[in-house]
Design a protein around this ligand. Structure first.
Ligand code: NAD
Length: 471
């Protein structure tokens, strides 16, 4: 069988690519080794983690009501019900994807595929209707995603040592949990387990949580997590793990950390690696860089111009919305349109409480590259809405190009930051001037106003603060 376009991988990048390509008139085959569509994001990533973070947030907010004189008794948690509810969300969304594929006549194979050459895939598993299990293609989009990074020192064959997939399965609420890695996954899952009642310790090898993120954005989260977690050890490495008497004994190396400590469970979240090995990419003549990412051009084409790569397997940042966007670029290019992946801003969100979100140029990146920028900050303490909901630790920051006065970056910390940052993405993509943002009327009283107020801070016209323009 020959397909006009085969998409390899049914995650948010792959299905977006497959569905758009079908809408653009191509005959499309989608291959995924899992029995369900959705990829890591839907099956064991973004969506289940956000479901559990929702539970954590409501539980924490209920506690905060004590400040208003409303007291609830200690919650009782039924993990079976929680797991079933999470599973139902995944099943609904995954079923919806199969339906959307059918409506578009996308042929779906649930099988593992390996390249035999630059125009042939061999399917292992369900290869119904294919002579010799071979699928020939005119064009292909590689969207095979990424997997948790494994470090030998942290590999112990014990159910007590988990990766993010295991942790999302909610095997139990461990009395104590060590999270190795203070990145996205470590902090999000640490937040879930702390809310459910575990004593959570985070160990991070660099000198701060969320390395690479602007330090001022991380500070309010760090402070909050110090209250929620038992300990946060920075500049610290885990030297060894050993199973001892129904617990994991962990040896640390770093200032402030104990030499050893026992934990009921350990979650290892030290990054992700692209799924590019074992696919026969060499046989197809596809180039892979030393870190395992497939090398692509601005149309997402690999060294073989008829084979595209998108999402986690095609480079950082490993974010679902970047994958979906690249998938659409590749689908359009495959259909002969002049599409390019050239965003001015890719938003990133850490769904902790408070949330951290940023887009476009960051202060950290500007300092590294020597780019001159201005920053304008509006502290949420001066926001009526933030005061009303008792969340004044946040702030909103614009990064502005001094020469053009256009907004080129944004950082937000506070509840709902992940939703608020979309306005910044639009402003940056449209090349908005800081005055455009300031003069756009924002609804009162909302946290979205802080985007306009921060722009006013830059212009010296903010009236909710005393920051007159320096003349
Ligand atoms: P990450 O890169 O965000 O964080 C890994 C952390 O582990 C880093 O802070 C790193 O310094 C630390 N680390 C590495 N080796 C260590 C060691 N031996 N001991 C202690 N610390 C160590 O990776 P992640 O949290 O595993 O997430 C993987 C990817 O998944 C992210 O890069 C992100 O792209 C994606 N993700 C995104 C979201 C989101 O968008 N909200 C959520 C989860 C995951």
């Amino acid at each position: 069988m020959e397909s006009q376009l085969v998409v390899l991988g049914g995650g948010p990048g792959g299905y977006a690519a497959a569905f758009l390509a079908a809408d653009l008139g191509l005959s499309v085959t989608l291959v995924d080794q899992e029995p369900r569509l959705g990829g890591v994001c839907l099956l064991r990533g973004c969506i289940p983690s956000k479901a559990l973070l929702h539970v954590a947030k409501v539980m924490t907010e209920a506690q905060h009501l004590a400040d208003w004189g409303v007291n609830f008794s200690r919650p009782s948690v039924c993990l079976d019900t929680m797991r079933a509810r999470k599973e139902k969300i995944i099943a609904t969304l995954s079923g919806g994807l199969s339906q959307l594929g059918k409506q578009r006549n996308v042929q779906i194979f649930h099988a593992r595929a390996v390249f035999e050459d630059a125009h042939t895939l061999r399917l292992e598993g369900n290869s119904q209707g294919l002579a010799d299990g071979r699928l020939r293609f005119q064009q292909c989009i590689l969207a095979t995603g990424s997997s948790p990074a494994r470090i030998p020192a942290l590999s112990l064959d014990s159910p007590r040592v988990m990766d993010s997939t295991d942790a999302l399965d909610l095997p139990e609420v461990p009395e104590s949990l060590l999270v190795v890695g203070g990145g996205y996954i470590g902090l999000e899952m640490g937040t879930v387990y702390a809310a459910l009642g575990s004593r959570v310790t985070v160990v991070e090898m660099t000198d701060g949580l969320l390395p690479g993120v602007d330090r001022d954005l991380v500070r309010p989260l760090h402070k909050q997590l110090q209250r929620q977690f038992a300990a946060i050890h920075l500049n610290t490495r885990v030297v060894s793990l050993a199973e001892k008497k129904g617990a994991i004994e962990v040896a640390f190396e770093g200032p402030g950390a104990p030499r050893t400590e026992r934990f009921s469970r350990v979650l290892v979240a030290v990054g992700r690696r692209p799924n590019s090995a074992g696919l026969g990419l060499d046989k197809a003549g596809i180039e892979v860089d030393p870190r395992g990412f497939v090398v692509v051009d601005r149309q997402q084409r690999t060294r073989q111009a008829h084979i595209f790569a998108i999402g986690d397997v095609a480079g950082e940042p490993m974010l679902a919305h970047k994958a979906a966007h690249q998938g659409k670029v590749a689908a359009e290019a495959a259909a002969g349109k002049p599409a390019e992946f050239a965003p001015r801003a890719i938003p990133a969100v850490v769904f902790t409480d408070p949330e951290i979100a940023w887009a476009g140029v960051t202060e950290t990146e500007a300092a590294r590259t020597g780019q001159k920028v201005h920053t304008a900050v509006f502290p949420w303490g001066a926001s009526g809405r933030a005061q009303a909901v008792g969340r004044t630790e946040g702030f909103t920051k614009w990064i502005i190009d001094p020469a053009s006065q256009r907004v080129i970056g944004c950082g937000i910390v506070g509840p709902g930051a992940g939703d608020l940052v979309s306005e910044a993405v639009l402003a940056i993509e449209l090349g908005a001037h800081v005055e455009d943002v300031a003069w756009s009327i924002h609804p009162h009283p909302t946290l979205s106003e802080t985007l306009a107020f921060a722009a006013e801070v830059h212009l010296g016209t903010a009236t909710d603060l005393y920051r007159p323009k320096r003349v």
